[in-house]
Design a protein around this ligand. Structure first.
Ligand code: APR
Length: 233
């Protein structure tokens, strides 16, 4: 089977009802992104950050994967599919995608501030308040504070190297719903081999090199079209 690598951004989840960053006008649910998604912000006001992510978690529990998420699962019948997402939601997993690599972390996870590899999926019995009911002072069974399992601005992107490896093995590379401006995620496109077919689905696409097939549609319609193109070959 051919390797199909799909890189998704905020536009992938827009039709599920999650606002994209750009559409939110630089604010994230009325907060300055640097207050709620930077290491300085966390050091300054951890309580605000915990409360903020708990609100996002509650919101996430209320939305569902959309037809585009399910369409990518459908493609697993024909291809060896790997999804690389900038999104912190779990909609790819809930739709059933088998291989999902999160570049910017995962909203439904927290990790120990003392031992980085102690990662908890919420809600979790090993946490003082199961992680989502209260906001400020969540501690794990070892007595250590936890923090969101999110890559803040100013932090490195630990999954970037595995993402580059996947991109470099792609026979087909697809980008969905991202402005292609936030690095390092935007750079992934450059790791696709020269001979790979490349598709880009976005209703408002950024300028891309001429070998990229642009499908200027929303994710749900664009993925339906992509399935037709890829399965009729
Ligand atoms: N279907 C597909 N694409 C869509 C849809 C839709 N229904 N609606 C909007 N879009 C597109 C927009 O045209 C835009 O190109 O999704 C993109 C969203 O862009 P951003 O909001 O900038 O999101 P993204 O590129 O994922 O942001 C990158 O910025 O703040 C950081 O870490 C955050 O991962 C995020 C990163």
């Amino acid at each position: 089977m051919k390797n199909l690598v799909i890189s998704t951004g905020a536009g992938m989840s827009a039709e599920s009802g999650i606002t994209t960053f750009r559409d939110a006008g630089g604010l994230w649910e009325n907060h300055n992104v640097m207050d709620v998604a930077s290491d300085e912000g966390f050091a300054r006001n951890p309580a605000l950050i915990h409360q903020f992510y708990n609100e996002r978690r509650k919101q996430l529990l209320e939305v569902k994967p959309n037809a585009a998420h399910y369409g990518l699962v459908e493609l697993e019948k024909y291809f060896n599919v790997n999804v690389i997402t900038q999104n912190v939601d779990d909609l790819h997993e809930r739709a059933g995608s088998a291989n999902v690599l999160h570049l910017h972390g995962e909203l439904m996870k927290v990790r120990s501030m003392r031992y980085e590899d102690r990662v908890y999926t919420l809600p979790c019995d090993e946490l003082s308040d199961r992680g989502i009911e209260t906001s400020v002072d969540t501690i794990d069974a070892y007595g250590d504070h936890v923090r969101p399992h999110i890559v803040f601005f100013g932090e490195s992107v630990p999954n970037f190297d595995p993402a580059c490896r996947l991109a470099s093995q792609a026979d087909i590379f697809v980008v969905i719903g991202t402005t292609l401006v936030v690095y390092p995620a935007a750079a992934l496109l450059q790791y696709a081999p020269a001979g790979a077919e490349v598709y880009y689905i976005d209703p408002n696409p950024a300028a891309v090199p001429s070998h990229v097939h642009v499908i200027a549609k929303k994710a749900t319609e664009g993925v339906a079209e992509l399935i037709q193109i890829l399965t009729q070959k």
